[in-house]
Design a protein around this ligand. Structure first.
Ligand code: PLP
Length: 447
């Protein structure tokens, strides 16, 4: 397959971003969604809309999927977040089936009422022990945990000081909680210190929540946690660390960067998701205070007014924690790390660059959005399922193909993926040089 095999792309399908449609104008709330749909559909008709895909039989290393127009694809799968390949682990499947047989499929209540089950109570204890933190609150999704911990703790007179690349759930929680939001340069603790100094210079009365992540999901990098936690103590601020991507999958013991940086049990508040390594939806917030747990249970809406994890979800995650915490878990992490290092090495040999430090997230640099879209459109035909990431999820001009590695990927899966990426990029580059010229930066279709 070469560049000529693809239909010519209208220049406006190579430019523009979702940001253009975030604040549509006009009184017609429904009608004003159409600008986005027109732009999206232009991309869809040109094969440049790789989002909202569906897998046929789960997140396996080779997967069959279809795009949102029903076009089928099959290929090596580097688009799933099942980092330790636990979603299809026989013991996890058996646990889910047994639990469904015994308890049915639904929690049928909020955790604040009678939605808890013996499985969710046991899961809270397991996470507490795993993180060396005394108290844990469960949430129906990781997103709910991130939003819920921020909105649950922060009031309008308080301040939020947040890494500028913190996840959507944390940003949305911040926006809902207060107008006093201060972003600091990514990973820059000195910048954070300057902000804290300014805030405390004027306001000693109100709270400050400092927010960061253990492993950033687009850049695969991490903050100095001890320094940040010490800063928080110095300025009477509270630190929250989102460990969605590193907990379970990184470090010999699977404690992620909190473990690697010797901060186990020493962070004020740890928030995480089960959806990357722990084979289910769901999330948690851990602290060392019973009062914080009880407060969040009744003042953090996703934990109070949303139904609890189903019994099968809680039992599945509990089983996943047991495996993560066992010898088998160590072996899976070593397999994952070996795959990550192989992928990074083979990408370099193929002349492809990537972002960040070794982790299950290996984002391959593309640069311009137009080029990245043309690369991404070739991947399904060539046999690779991988996600395109572009502005505003990452800075403009820093589009990338995000490869998410699983423990069960084979060496062959990895070499196939690298070969496909190399071919796709070479072909797309030619096409971009011809057609992409018209797609001048800044040229936009009407919102
Ligand atoms: C850093 C981070 N936090 C929170 C979440 C939300 O987790 P979930 O998908 O389990 O709701 C995600 C998932 O995309 C994430 O990447």
């Amino acid at each position: 397959m070469n560049g000529d095999s693809y239909a010519q792309v209208p220049p406006s399908a190579l430019t523009g971003s979702m940001r253009d449609f975030r604040v549509p104008g006009g009184a017609d709330l429904l009608g004003r969604t159409e600008g986005f749909y027109r732009w999206q559909d232009l991309r869809r008709q040109s094969g440049l809309w790789p989002f909202s895909r569906a897998t046929e039989d789960g997140p396996k290393t080779i997967c069959a999927a279809q795009d949102d127009s029903g076009n089928k694809m099959r290929g090596v799968n580097f688009a799933s977040q099942d980092y330790l390949s636990l979603a299809s682990h026989p013991d996890i499947k058996a646990t889910a089936i047994e639990t469904i047989e015994r308890c049915g499929v639904h929690s049928a209540g909020s955790p604040a009422l009678v939605g808890n089950t013996s499985h969710s109570v046991a899961l809270e204890h397991k996470i507490s022990e795993f993180l060396a933190m005394e108290h844990v609150v469960l949430y129906p999704t990781g997103w709910g945990a991130g939003f819920g911990v921020v909105k649950g703790l922060v009031r309008s007179a308080d301040h939020i000081v947040m890494d500028m690349l913190a996840h959507s759930c944390l940003q949305e929680g911040a926006n809902a909680a207060t107008n006093n939001i201060h972003l600091f340069r990514h990973l820059d603790n000195n910048y954070c210190r300057n902000i804290l100094t300014k805030i405390r210079g004027k306001d000693k009365q109100n709270g400050i929540l400092v927010i960061t992540e253990g492993l950033f999901s687009m850049d695969s990098d991490t903050p100095q946690l001890l320094e940040l936690q010490t800063l928080c103590h110095e300025f009477n601020a509270t630190l929250v660390v989102d460990v969605a991507h590193d907990l379970g999958s990184l470090g010999k013991e699977g404690r992620g960067h909190i473990g690697l940086q010797d901060m186990l049990g020493k962070i004020d508040v740890v928030m995480g998701s089960f959806s990357k390594t722990f084979a289910s939806n769901g999330g948690f917030v851990a602290s060392n205070s019973r009062a914080v747990k009880e407060y969040l249970r009744f003042y953090s809406a996703p934990a109070t007014f949303s139904n609890a994890l189903s019994p099968a979800q809680a039992a599945t995650v509990l089983k996943a924690f047991d495996i993560v915490d066992s010898f088998e878990g160590r072996v899976l992490r070593l397999e994952l790390l070996a795959n990550v290092m192989t992928l990074r090495r083979e990408l370099t040999e193929a002349g492809l660059e990537y972002y960040g430090d070794p982790s299950a997230i290996v984002c391959v640099k593309m640069g311009s959005e137009g080029l990245a879209r043309l690369v991404s459109r070739r991947l399904p035909d060539l046999g690779l399922v991988a996600n395109l990431v572009e502005f505003p999820a990452v800075p403009k001009g820093a589009a990338r193909i995000r490869m998410q590695v699983m423990a069960h990927h084979s060496e062959q899966n990895i070499s196939d993926a690298v070969e496909i990426l190399k071919t796709a990029k070479a072909e797309a580059q030619q096409e971009f040089e011809i057609f992409g010229q018209e797609a001048a930066p800044g040229k936009r279709i009407a919102a």
